[in-house]
Design a protein around this ligand. Sequence first.
Ligand SMILES: C[S@@+](CC[C@H](N)C(=O)[O-])C[C@H]1O[C@@H](n2cnc3c(N)ncnc32)[C@H](O)[C@@H]1O
Length: 195
Amino acid sequence: MFIQSCTRVCEKLCCESGFCARIGAYYYEDMVNREVSLGRIRPGDRVLCVGGGRTPFTACLLAEKTGADVTVIDHDPTVIADAEAFISSWQLLKGQIRCKWQDGQEPGHDPYDIAHIALQVTPQAKVTEAMFQLAGCEKVLCRIPKPGMQDQYPEAFVQADCEACTDRVAHRGARMAAETVLFTKDAFVKEGAVG
Ligand SMILES: C[S@@+](CC[C@H](N)C(=O)[O-])C[C@H]1O[C@@H](n2cnc3c(N)ncnc32)[C@H](O)[C@@H]1O
């Protein structure tokens, strides 16, 4: 209860103040740097970020670090107004970003080059499949939990599910994510991971 209240206060500060958002972004910064290299995200790439929450740090950092055209979605309608406030107070220096209320399992038919799937997204396997089958992605980046944290993320991939991944980067420090894995469409289909 205490942790949830603190989280809510921090989220509110970050949605109202670009300065607070930039400080909060330090938690994500080096993870996103590694993910940009792993996914080889370039200016103008169409990136779909699934699970932005009220404070879509990852989506803003991805757009700003690469100049990509980012769409960030969340299936919880109650977070969208805060996410839009966060994006506008962030004041993006590079790239573009828009926010939509949408479930990653039904991403619509707008075409994307690459997707990024947050650790808390449920279920990660179905959303990854939808990225290849429906959203036209050639690549998917997915954060997976540390082994001891799997109970907290029961619908996340575990290591054994990631045999079809083509590359990965490890995250260190006080992070819930152990790694980000890269799936490419060809390898994912060949492995039979797409039904
Ligand atoms: C708490 S956020 C974490 C994002 C983090 N702030 C970042 O920048 O990486 C995770 C969000 O994922 C959303 N989510 C979970 N499953 C989803 C799905 N299938 N489609 C879209 N959003 C989803 C949740 O509603 C939650 O708001």
